[in-house]
Design a binder for this molecule. Structure first.
Ligand code: NDP
Length: 385
């Protein structure tokens, strides 16, 4: 995984460079073009002079944001929910209060959990205890680093990055308003779609506890950087583009964007809801009719309905929604790749994630997984992939 035991060393250097690169390659001055001629923006050519790698002001703002949210998380009331069983059979209790409020020391939070895991007694993640230092740092040695009852991984997964993404989007809409005196319909669509996605994630916060990120992956560079830097700064690429290059969609354009979004949402919610309901209560009337396959592990696998179409039809729905998030940038994609970066990157993430889940399921289910794959042939896109 991740290009072998030393691959993460490369990713740790390359991914932050991509975050800076996206900003330098597309900003108010210019935007990297791909067609008809390759045109390199002056901001990229001027890279050594214009690049500021560290600023105390940015560190202060980010620290206050992270610290403020952590304080709210600690003092506000929250639901106490039991997590999935851990490898030793025990369960952790999580305080979840994302749906209550509207609301990150990035580097410190990465190093601190990592250091904590060196101490004796910590439960290590299966992936992050390979003995290869860069690999373990990337995957995260400790499965659930905690300070008291404060769970670093769950907190970073749900609050600072996701909510920070929404705040940056709103900031982009505000910038547009300051520049042209109004907010374009394309900006409204991007803000509304992504706000809804984040509110939905916070509202359904308990469902994060059964995801691979929480149950299997340690809290290493991959999740900390992904949660705190990649999500807010890369996912907001489309709204940042629209702040610099305001545009309105025609009525037909708005209808097309909404149709793609609804199609994606229908698949995403339908598939995730079906599996979630089935795992909680297989006799529930909405799932009782589904065909299933018994396994020696004891849990059944669904082989009809959404989960009979492909082994990760939910990823397809999620990706289609991602396309709808970029479409408000109109035909800019023909000129520059950056407004469409999210859906291109997301396709690669989901393809890679499907391979990781496939390997995990093969381990969990053994030969039953091969039988299941023979019945449900496609990985993500029915009849295509
Ligand atoms: P899934 O929700 O697809 O869960 C995979 C697990 O479901 C498997 O390990 C297996 O676990 C169970 N399962 C697989 N097939 C079946 C079946 N046929 N019947 C019953 N159970 C089955 O995986 P993720 O956690 O990766 O994704 C959750 C959602 O989050 C997705 O919609 C995804 O698109 C989204 N996501 C979004 C990201 C983003 O950046 N926006 C990043 C990653 C994910 P078991 O059998 O043990 O229950």
């Amino acid at each position: 995984e991740f290009f072998g035991p030393h691959g993460p060393a490369l990713l740790i250097l390359v991914l932050p460079a991509v975050v800076y690169g996206l900003f330098l390659a597309c900003n108010q001055a210019d935007c990297l073009s791909v067609w008809p001629t390759l045109h390199i923006p002056s901001s990229l050519k001027a890279l050594p002079e214009s690049l500021t790698l560290f600023s105390w002001e940015a560190m202060g703002v980010f620290g206050a944001w992270f610290g403020g949210l952590a304080l709210l998380h600690l003092i506000l009331p929250g639901k106490r929910v039991q997590g999935a069983p851990l490898p030793d059979g025990s369960r952790l209790t999580y305080k979840l209060n994302g749906a209550l409020r509207n609301g990150t020391l990035k580097a410190m939070s990465v190093y601190w959990p990592h250091l904590q895991a060196q101490w004796e007694g910590a439960m290590l993640s299966g992936h992050g205890s390979s003995g290869y230092p860069w690999y373990d740092f990337w995957m995260g040695r400790e499965l659930n680093p905690r300070t008291g009852t404060f769970d670093w991984k769950e907190f970073c997964e749900m609050y600072p990055g996701l909510i920070g993404w929404v705040i940056i989007n709103l900031g982009m809409a505000h910038k547009q308003y300051m520049d042209i005196g109004r907010v374009t319909n394309s900006m409204v669509l991007v803000n509304a779609f992504q706000l809804y996605y984040v509110v939905d994630a916070l509202w359904n916060e308990p469902s994060i506890l059964s995801t691979m990120d929480i149950t299997t992956d340690g809290f290493g560079y991959m999740l900390a950087f992904g949660d705190l830097a990649w999500v807010p700064f890369v996912f907001s690429c489309s709204s940042r583009y629209l702040a610099d290059y305001p545009m309105d969609l025609s009525a037909a354009g708005v209808a097309a964007v909404l149709a793609v979004k609804l199609l994606g949402y229908y698949i995403f919610r339908g598939a995730n809801g079906q599996k979630d309901t089935f795992r909680r209560n297989p006799d529930h009337p909405s799932v009782a009719h589904l065909k299933t396959m018994p396994t020696t592990r004891g849990t059944k696998l669904i082989i009809s309905g959404w989960w009979g179409m492909s082994r990760h039809i939910n990823y397809l729905g999620d990706w289609i929604m991602g396309v709808a998030w970029c479409m408000p940038c109109g035909l800019a994609g023909l000129y520059s790749i950056i407004p469409y970066f999210y859906c291109i990157y997301f396709a690669t993430l989901l393809i890679h994630r499907e391979r990781r889940d496939d390997a995990a399921c093969r381990k969990k289910y053994g030969r039953d997984w091969d039988k299941y794959c023979a019945m449900v042939k496609y990985r993500i896109v029915p009849y295509v992939y």
